[in-house]
Design a protein around this ligand. Structure first.
Ligand SMILES: [Zn+2]
Ligand SMILES: [Zn+2]
Length: 225
């Protein structure tokens, strides 16, 4: 069976300028963006060898900067990986194709859990698996993968090509074990077991507030409580 794969690559310049010295030895090669792009080219070749009709596209999330030269089958998306993932899901929906998504994340972005939650639900409705490969602690991506039935891995060495070929190439990939999804409170950004939910935008709060800070609706408790 032919596979369609859309790879979302975090290419935001500031993410790659930070030295992650904690998990990359000084005497090994540093993980760089060109190294990841080369590994993705090899993955694309391997997919073609696996099945001649396999097709891979790369969406490069560039933040606010422009990438001067793009490899073949690449598309630059201004914004974060989450925006690029949304674009990929829109494409899958409009083209009515069966595809899977692989998100490669270098660094977390603030406030990503809100957009990720919407994407998880969209991916579930489209029956699209979102695989995740992270180079740092990316909890939101791990949850997105687990929720959509994809596989998540944290890469802590430069052996990225091996990981791509062994984990993300096969049709029958391992599954991320089910995770406990505790939502984040909107006011304090902590995970909560029980919370108040805004009925218009579904934002949650650990205590009852007079107005929703997201959509500015008035929050009132029903009389029965
Ligand atoms: Zn709170
Ligand atoms: Zn609201």
């Amino acid at each position: 069976m032919a596979q369609n794969l859309i790879v979302i690559l975090d290419a935001i310049k500031s993410h790659w300028e930070v030295q992650q010295s904690s998990f990359i030895d000084a005497n090994t090669q540093t993980l760089t963006l060109p190294l990841v792009i080369n590994a993705l080219k090899a993955l694309s070749f391997a997919l073609k060898i696996q099945h001649s009709e396999n097709y891979m596209q790369i969406y490069i999330a560039t933040g606010n900067t422009l990438v001067p030269e793009l490899p073949e089958n690449c598309k630059a998306i201004q914004g974060t990986i989450w925006k690029a993932t949304a674009r990929a899901l829109c494409y899958i929906n409009s083209a009515k194709i069966k595809a899977r998504i692989l998100v490669i994340q270098k660094s977390v972005v603030p406030g990503e859990q809100d957009i990720a939650l919407n994407l998880m639900i969209a991916a579930q409705q489209l029956k699209t698996e979102i695989d995740g490969l992270a180079f740092t602690e990316c909890e939101v991506l791990a949850k997105t993968s687990a929720f959509s039935g994809g596989v998540f891995m944290r890469q802590n060495s430069i052996g990225i090509l091996q990981t791509l070929l062994q984990v993300y190439l096969p049709i029958n990939r391992p599954r991320t074990p089910k995770m406990h999804f505790k939502p984040y409170c909107n006011c304090c950004n902590k995970q909560v077991d029980r919370a108040y939910v805004c009925s218009s935008c579904l934002a949650i709060y650990c205590f009852l507030q007079p107005n929703c800070t997201k959509c500015f609706s008035r929050l009132i408790l029903p009389d029965c409580i």
